[in-house]
Ligand binder design. Structure first.
Ligand code: 4AD
Ligand code: MG
Length: 446
């Protein structure tokens, strides 16, 4: 008997097949029992008709608990009304074997659950269609990321997770005692190591887990998240924006092409995503600050006025980014942030030392920053001065300074948080649903 996966169902119309999966839902209608069965690749409606089956089996099917694991044999019919994912097909049950009858006390039964309850049961929650869809979009995003970089001359380099020093500021470091060497820190970014790697490979990327002891409890922050970080030699800020544009366009197109069922499950309106292709609008921080001022002046809503309060020199908060991106249909680059709000390694703007050659990419529909990047300081003396200004230990950065002594070149890179990108593409509110087991300030279980 041919064992198939639900995703292949359209190839087996009018044939008898076996499907192995779990009972997601069960409903009755007279002499019919409908099981919605999921097998990881999709959901299919399986129909038991009393007249076709022996009585004992029919009764078993009629009482099978949700989440029981089963093997079901039957023939596939095309039926436009049949629910499921992909939908439009159903299996007429000829035989069914229960591998395990699930406990009747399944905690994630089909009713509304609060978010805390769902998070506490993440190991079961991920079986639900919405969570299944989001995590499959995530897998498509990570595949698209590697595909574009691998096809565009970027060599994958694995950077260390245990590191001797901070990359993105000392306030969000996770510490761990490291034998006789004192403290080590979980990597906030692989960037500094990538800067070494480009001098051997030209264009590189790292892609792995990243750790930030973020005290902020927001919809956009996790303490453990996955970041892809491309870095390129002989590339300035404009060159960097071109890379980001092509990279993001590729990811969005892959998801639209490969995840139509997932996006449908999530009821994602894809109109705006379909418009995403380069070039993306580019505005300076100064222009963005003016726009915010204008929006603040125009709004009648006192609460909104307060949320948009802003002075030159500040970093943008979520409300500022949301307001800005609502003005654009596509992702928008904001470049040239004040030096004081950015990391120590960013190249100053020529003739304007208070501004740096940094760029954030803000996603539309209110999603805000998904990529952060910059051109890096290439002069050894300036870099040393910056380390001192930021009170960073010179010894820990000796190797990093070497890179500016032996064949320094203009170079740039960026980091994209996978979870931020997936939240945007799925159109969901909170980043915690975009990773199988989220880690936040309040949660390391399960
Ligand atoms: O802007 P960030 O802090 O930049 C860097 O770490 C650079 N070293 C990257 C580079 O140039 N190689 O972080 C980059 C991206 C953000 O735009 C965001 O998408 C994501 O990483 N990110 C987070 N995602 C989830 N939770 C957090 N706490 C995040 N912090 C940053
Ligand atoms: Mg950033």
């Amino acid at each position: 008997m041919t064992i198939i996966r639900v995703s292949q169902i359209s190839e087996y119309v009018d044939q008898e097949v076996t499907i192995q999966g779990w009972v997601y839902n069960r409903t009755h209608k007279g002499k019919l029992v409908f099981l919605l069965v999921r097998d990881g690749s999709g959901f299919v409606q399986c129909v038991a008709f009393k007249g076709d089956l022996d009585e004992e089996l029919f009764e078993q099917i009629a009482h099978i608990p949700q989440e029981s694991s089963i093997r079901v044999i039957g023939s596939i019919r095309a039926d436009g009304r049949a629910p499921g994912m992909p939908g439009g097909y159903e299996l007429g049950i000829k035989h069914l074997e229960i591998i395990q009858a699930a406990g009747e006390d399944y905690p994630m039964a089909l009713k509304e659950h609060g978010v805390d309850f769902a998070l506490e049961h993440r190991h079961l929650w991920m079986r639900m269609p919405s969570q299944w869809a989001i995590l499959r979009v995530r897998a498509t995003v990570t595949r698209a990321i590697r595909e574009w970089l691998d096809n565009n001359g970027f060599v994958q380099m694995d950077t260390p997770i245990l590191t001797p020093a901070a990359c993105e500021g000392t306030t969000t470091l996770f510490e761990t005692p490291y034998f006789d060497e004192g403290m080590a820190y979980l990597a906030q970014s692989g960037q500094l190591y990538n800067e070494a790697n480009i001098f051997a490979f030209g264009r590189v990327y790292c892609f792995g887990p990243t750790f930030r002891a973020e005290k902020s409890k927001t919809r956009r922050h996790l303490t453990e998240f996955w970041m892809v970080e491309p870095e390129a030699a002989f590339t300035d800020l404009d060159g960097l924006m071109e890379i980001e544009e092509q990279f993001i366009t590729h990811i969005v197109q892959c998801v639209l092409r490969d995840c139509p069922n997932e996006l449908k499950t999530l009821e994602r309106d894809t109109t705006r995503l379909e418009q995403v292709c380069g070039p993306f609008p580019r505005i300076s921080y100064d222009e963005a600050a003016d726009l915010l001022k204008q929006m603040r002046d125009e709004t009648e809503d006192p609460e909104q006025k307060e949320l948009l309060a802003f002075e030159w020199g500040m970093d943008f908060g979520a409300p500022h980014e949301t307001a800005l991106t609502n003005r654009f249909d596509k992702p928008v680059f904001v470049y040239g942030y004040p030096t004081q709000v950015k990391a120590f390694y960013m190249e100053p703007w020529p003739g304007r030392p208070e501004v740096c050659k940094s760029v954030d990419l803000l996603a539309p529909e209110g999603y805000g920053e998904i990529c952060g990047g910059s051109e890096r300081i290439s002069d050894p003396d300036l870099l040393l001065e910056r380390l001192h200004q930021h009170n960073l230990p010179e010894e820990a950065f000796a190797w990093y300074l070497d890179l500016r002594r032996y064949g320094s070149v203009p170079h740039s890179g960026f980091g994209m948080g996978v979870e931020r990108c997936v939240s945007w593409l799925c159109g969901i509110d909170h980043i915690r649903e975009t990773i199988p087991f989220p880690r936040t300030i309040k949660r390391v279980y399960p």
